[in-house]
Design a protein around this ligand. Structure first.
Ligand code: TXA
Ligand code: MG
Length: 320
């Protein structure tokens, strides 16, 4: 198992040696390596068992550093960056040659963001290279929102996990780029569409539920628990699985099921709060995946606010 701690100096020196370190961000934990070191980057792909056609996000500490890695920052996207960085926003921008092709899987745009977490900000402030970091989970599995989640799955392949506690947002960043002058959201995430639109006006949201995605990595089956995961009306599903005599677990938005023991159900937010639900989602999926149940039953949230991003994850979890 990996060493877990809050030692920025230790993380820094491992990263400088080309090693990987798991880092906390406000969205999810990242599996970080020196983005300018192709060997460290290829270690990331290996460790996650991630196909090389699925590009990585690079993380920097300050907006002034972005221009070292990208050729331009269109005015509209700059407005978003200035308002929401550091935060759960990733921009797709034309890359400079200094960014290895491996990072972008050969694409000419690089995904870049400034994460909002004091430990990782502290770390980035001391590094003279950006960090390439995908979510710190094996490819296709649920993203980690606690150091323990990282350790459970990648602990034996990692030197160090920087422990920043539980992620506050709990959903990956919202990925935004431009196509023919139009702003496009490629991945719904921790930054609400309404927040984006309040700055730049109406945007196009691409549906990722494709098995031949335009954006690599936007694969249909993703964020998936190992157990069968069924989406639908929970009252109907519970009745059906009760009759079948199966040991089911339940993931609900607001409602609890009094007949079910506590270890077989998670309520994302009793008060129906989308932010709270987002923060708890991935931990809940993991808990139910590890619980003594053979199938997980879940329901979609209202298709508004962060409910859209949460539903995107739930649909992909169900698309095994
Ligand atoms: O919140 C987050 O974004 C977290 C934290 C660690 O920053 N990172 C994260 O990375 O979710 P990952 O690798 O799990 O998801 C990144 C997504 C992938 O679906 C990938 O295909 C897409 O971003 N992506 C990365 N670079 C891209 C590029 N150059 N063009 C298009 N899509 C890109
Ligand atoms: Mg991921």
């Amino acid at each position: 198992m990996a060493e877990i701690g809050q030692n920025i100096q230790k993380a820094k020196s491992l990263l400088e040696q080309g090693e990987l370190v798991a880092i906390p961000t406000e969205t999810v934990y990242g599996l970080a390596g020196n983005a300018l070191d192709a060997q460290a980057v290829s270690k990331i792909f290996e460790t996650k068992n991630r196909p090389s056609f699925d590009p990585l996000i690079i993380h920097v500490g300050k907006i002034e550093q972005v221009s070292k890695y990208v050729k331009s920052l269109p005015e509209e996207l700059k407005k978003l960056a200035e308002k929401y960085w550091p935060g759960p926003l990733t921009l797709l921008l034309p890359k400079k040659d200094i960014v290895p092709d491996l990072v972008t899987s050969g694409l000419d745009q690089v995904a870049i963001r400034i994460p909002n977490h004091p430990l990782t900000q502290g770390l980035l402030g001391q590094l003279d290279f950006p960090l390439a970091a995908p979510s710190a989970n094996p490819f296709g599995y649920i993203s980690p929102t606690k150091a323990k989640h990282v350790n459970d799955q990648l602990g034996d392949k990692l030197a160090y996990i920087l422990d920043g506690g539980e992620c506050q947002v709990g959903l990956e960043s919202t990925i935004i780029g431009m196509e023919e002058g139009e702003i496009v959201i490629y991945r719904l995430g921790g930054m609400d569409v309404a927040e984006v639109e309040s700055v730049v006006g109406p945007v196009k949201v691409l549906s990722h539920s494709s098995s031949n995605p335009k954006t690599p990595g936007m694969l249909k089956s993703h964020y998936a628990p190992r157990k069968p995961f069924v989406l639908g009306n929970l009252d109907t599903l519970v009745e059906e699985y009760e009759q079948k005599g199966e040991d089911y677990g339940v993931l609900s938005f607001e409602k609890s099921f009094p007949g079910l023991s506590a270890d077989r159900q998670v309520v994302l937010s009793q008060k129906g709060d989308f932010k709270e639900a987002a923060q708890k989602l991935f931990g809940a999926l993991r808990d139910l995946d590890e619980a003594k149940v053979s199938v997980i039953l879940a329901e979609l949230l209202p298709e508004e606010s962060l409910g859209r991003a949460i539903n995107d994850r739930l649909r992909r979890a169900a698309a095994q």
